[in-house]
Design a protein around this ligand. Structure first.
Ligand code: PRP
Length: 179
């Protein structure tokens, strides 16, 4: 284990099991339909690629990157598009893939932006959920694991752009982010 990690919260085996469970639900839900699979960069990249490999319905890959400005420490600022989708999603079935819902601010704003483009359907699949931090009352349509309010990194999630490559989700040692 990385020596900057206090403990493993979700092992790579547990992540794998949950990704398979979510894929099974999605395969039943979207059977025979073509779906635009939207990766919300960067944190979702590991979840997105592992999940996509298990999907049995036709999928179109697309990527979106946003950044928060305003009060970034609480993620309550407005969201600005850094990289937009390349697909036209009008009349398409769209599934947004997120790594974590914390306050709900990021995904709520992305959802509103994409809804304005008049997709046929717009749903959200999220691996991690931290309901104790929620400001915007928003729930994922397909939800993985509820976690406590701890500073987690790994499997795509970062602290100052680091730790994304860890194969598990771990709690970061306090001394790393309190210095
Ligand atoms: C993280 C995460 C979600 C968002 C969740 O992204 O990937 O998009 O924060 O927080 P919220 O529910 O409070 O808005 P971040 O802005 O850190 O960018 P990243 O994906 O590039 O790490």
């Amino acid at each position: 284990m990385n020596d900057q990690i206090e403990r493993i919260l979700i092992s790579s085996e547990e992540i794998d099991k949950k990704v398979h469970e979510l894929a099974e639900v999605l395969n039943a839900q979207y059977k025979g339909r073509e779906v635009v699979l939207v990766c919300v960069l960067k944190g979702s990249v590991m979840f997105y690629s592992d999940l996509a490999k298990l999907l049995e319905f036709p999928v179109i890959f697309d990527f979106m990157c946003v950044t928060s400005y305003g009060n970034s420490s609480t993620s309550s600022g407005s969201v600005k598009i850094v990289k937009d989708l390349t697909c036209d999603i009008k009349d398409k079935d769209v599934l947004m893939i997120e790594d974590i819902i914390d306050t709900g601010n990021t995904i709520n704003q992305i959802k509103n932006m994409l809804a304005d483009r008049k997709p046929n359907s717009l749903k959200l699949c999220c691996l991690l959920d931290k309901p104790s931090r929620r400001i915007i009352p928003l729930e994922a349509d397909f939800k993985g694991i509820v976690i406590p309010d701890e500073f987690v990194v790994g499997y795509g999630l970062d602290y100052a752009e680091r730790f994304r490559q860890l194969p598990y989700i771990g709690v970061l040692k306090r001394c790393i982010y309190e210095n």
